[in-house]
Write a protein that binds this ligand. Structure first.
Ligand SMILES: [Mn+2]
Length: 346
């Protein structure tokens, strides 16, 4: 079923997006698409509970048809907790097919398409006749590591805005030098420094901007400056205070920061030492762990599962994973971690 058939003559919409750069840019494109059809978008909000969770409070504030972008909502009970019509556009590996009279579930993986393409790309592709903000989609695609699989989008951007790309526009690593990468960092910075309110601001600015360079003059630059400064400070501290385990070629670092940037920090550090295992620990209400090994030498998703068995939860991707351990089990977790890294066999 096509999106236009599903939404029929519904006049009012609410959008909930995943709180990262792919999710936010997906929401911008979606709002522009709906408005191009003459429909009204009542609210646009990032998901507001840990991980991909959405609170009942946010669901109760929804008016009209609910559009959920870049959230593997099939892995949650949101479809059961919200009883109106839902349009889902997502790219994560689905755990179930939600398609029914009430729900249109768009995810290329449901049709057996295994190519990695971020949600912002899917939305751009579907609605490009009506929405011409391809650079917005480009920011989301960069943020979700998708540039290599979205060549037609990158070509379109290159035609219109040659100055925001680098020559190797299909190369995720080379793209780090591009303005698209800066804009993606800007969204990450808005979340890390400003929280949900920061994201709401970022959404407004991205929705309003007519060109990429306008954002460099927006108030989001303040978030970006703070974010970069904090990452720099942490990198210095990591060099001095992380613990190294030569057997496993692993670094363990207890992060202390008032901001939420453990995940970005672990990615940044691990890209500089791709063959090392990087474990960033943060004491919140629970112990939060971000694990990376960019070369793939060690499967960190498996490592996280193993170390949290029976005392917490852990998992993710082969090269990027995470874990949560409740306070009462933290000591046990740290003992297991130390033991594992000291006696590591590759
Ligand atoms: Mn996302």
């Amino acid at each position: 079923m096509k999106v236009e058939d599903f939404i029929g003559d519904e006049k009012l919409f609410s959008i909930i997006y995943h709180r990262d750069s792919d999710g936010l840019t997906s929401a911008v494109l979606m709002k522009k698409y709906l408005e191009s059809l003459g429909r009204r978008v009542f609210l646009v909000k990032p998901n507001d509970a840990p991980g991909i969770g959405v609170t009942d409070r946010l669901l109760r504030s929804v008016e009209g048809l609910l559009v959920i972008v870049d959230i593997g909502v099939d892995q949650t009970d949101v479809p059961e907790r919200f009883d109106g019509k839902i349009l889902v556009i997502d790219h994560h590996i689905p755990s179930r097919n939600l398609n029914s009279e009430r729900i249109l579930h768009i995810n290329p993986r449901l049709e057996g398409d295994d190519v990695y393409r971020p949600a912002s790309y899917l939305i751009w592709k579907m609605f490009r006749e009506r929405v011409d903000s391809e650079w917005v989609a480009g920011v989301g695609v960069y943020g979700d590591y998708g540039v290599g699989n979205c060549k037609d989008l990158m070509d379109e951007i290159a035609k219109k805005y040659p100055d925001i790309l680098v020559e190797k526009r299909y190369d995720q690593v080379a793209m780090r030098e591009s303005l698209l990468a800066v804009l993606s960092d800007m969204i990450e910075a808005s979340r890390a420094i400003g929280g949900l309110r920061g994201l709401n601001r970022a959404f407004e600015e991205f929705y309003r901007a007519n060109s990429p360079s306008e954002l460099l003059r927006s108030r989001l630059v303040l978030y970006l400056d703070k974010y970069r400064g904090e990452l720099e400070r942490l990198e210095q501290d990591f060099r001095e205070n992380s613990e190294y385990f030569p057997n496993a070629n692993a670094y363990v670092y207890m992060i202390e920061s008032r901001y939420n940037l453990s995940s970005s920090f672990s990615t940044m550090i691990s890209e500089k030492i791709p063959d090392s295992v990087v474990l960033i620990l943060k004491k919140n209400r629970v112990l939060q762990v971000n694990a990376r090994c960019q070369s793939g030498r060690v499967n960190v998703a498996e490592l996280m599962r193993e170390l949290t068995e029976g005392i917490g939860s852990g998992g993710g991707h082969e090269r990027a994973a995470g874990a949560h351990v409740p306070r009462r089990h933290v000591e046990e977790f740290l003992n297991r971690l130390r033991e594992k890294l000291e006696t590591f066999q590759g």
